[in-house]
Design a protein around this ligand. Structure first.
Ligand SMILES: [Ca+2]
Ligand SMILES: [Ca+2]
Length: 311
């Protein structure tokens, strides 16, 4: 009986550990070689969180039907071969309602990469997303991904009037109908390192918007999102790669703007060590609790045996 109790308790603890894993981090997947491509890092993002800080709603024009999923990031993968680095952004639903040559019409994806510790920028270079970045993970490379030939690579050293680089960059929707791939030549951004940190932002491509971001206002309209503010301070970002819960969840990151101080929301990279630190603390608490329970059960069991022996 006691053995059964012990087995049940251990199964429960195992389940608890798994639950904590899924609750606090974007779920990293195991690295593997696929054909010639080597996976550097990949993670999944919760489905159904295409709502920015939790309040955003889609524009009302029928072009945005079914009014969900189009801006819902579900996964992100960085891989490489000898020539290119591939950035694959998976969405719940890619539509190409206006027939962009790249195969997608609505999405505007910004990938900011911290490649070099101690260098880089904490603003977006060009106003549009209305977010800032954590100083300890200042970005060095920005990849702007959109349709109609608008994709560009920028560096932190660029001026804010820089037109960016299109050479060595190609963008397309993959045949699975869910993945947008940006291929960047290693002659442009170098060989990817395991230490690179990634910010992945999904917005709505707007030819008239600042840095091509469709604005999020207080009220939704035909061509603007609602659920934000009219103060030009809330992020124009609909989904980011972030943990589902905890202090660095998407909702807390994108909701961290302050109107009175004119402070933009501050983002943290999806694979920042601070997620792991929190994860490690959670695991440590569970392990200590588990050891305590096992020790208590062992004590009760031994005591029981001793009593039986005496009897
Ligand atoms: Ca998502
Ligand atoms: Ca998200």
């Amino acid at each position: 009986m006691k053995r059964v109790c012990l087995a049940l308790m251990l199964s429960f603890l195992q389940a608890l550990v798994l639950m904590l894993c899924s609750a606090h981090m974007p779920m990293p997947l195991l690295a593997a070689d696929v054909g010639q491509e080597r996976i550097i890092w990949e993670a999944v993002d919760p489905e159904g969180d295409d709502h920015g800080p939790g309040t955003y709603i889609y524009p009302t024009n029928p072009a945005f039907a079914p009014f969900s999923g189009i801006f819902d990031l579900t996964g992100f993968k960085v891989s490489c071969d000898d020539e290119n680095v591939y950035f694959d952004t998976e969405l719940a639903n890619i539509s190409n309602i206006w027939n962009a040559p790249e195969g997608f019409s609505h999405q505007l994806i910004n990938v900011f990469i911290d490649t070099t510790p101690g260098a880089g920028r904490t603003d977006t270079l060009k106003e549009g997303a209305l977010v800032s970045f954590m100083p300890q993970y200042a970005w060095d490379v920005k990849i702007k991904i959109m349709g109609w030939g608008g994709s560009r690579v920028y560096f932190a050293s660029d001026g804010d009037v820089s037109g960016g680089r299109s050479e060595g960059l190609s963008v397309e929707a993959l045949p699975n109908g869910k993945t947008i791939r940006a291929a960047v030549s290693q002659t442009v951004i170098g060989e990817p390192l395991d230490s690179w940190k990634y910010y992945v932002l999904v917005g709505s491509q707007d030819g008239y918007g600042l840095d091509n971001f469709r604005p999020v206002m207080g009220e939704a309209g035909q061509w603007v999102f609602g659920g934000g503010s009219d103060l030009n301070i809330n992020p124009n970002v609909i989904d980011i790669l972030a943990p589902e819960n905890g202090p660095y969840s998407q909702e807390s990151q994108l909701g961290s703007w302050n109107a009175s101080e004119r402070r933009y929301a501050m983002l943290v990279p999806a694979n920042a060590e601070l997620h792991r630190d929190r994860f490690s603390v959670s695991i440590m608490i569970v392990v200590v609790a588990a050891l305590g329970i096992v020790a208590a059960m062992a004590y009760v069991w031994l005591k029981g045996r001793r009593t039986t022996g005496k009897g």
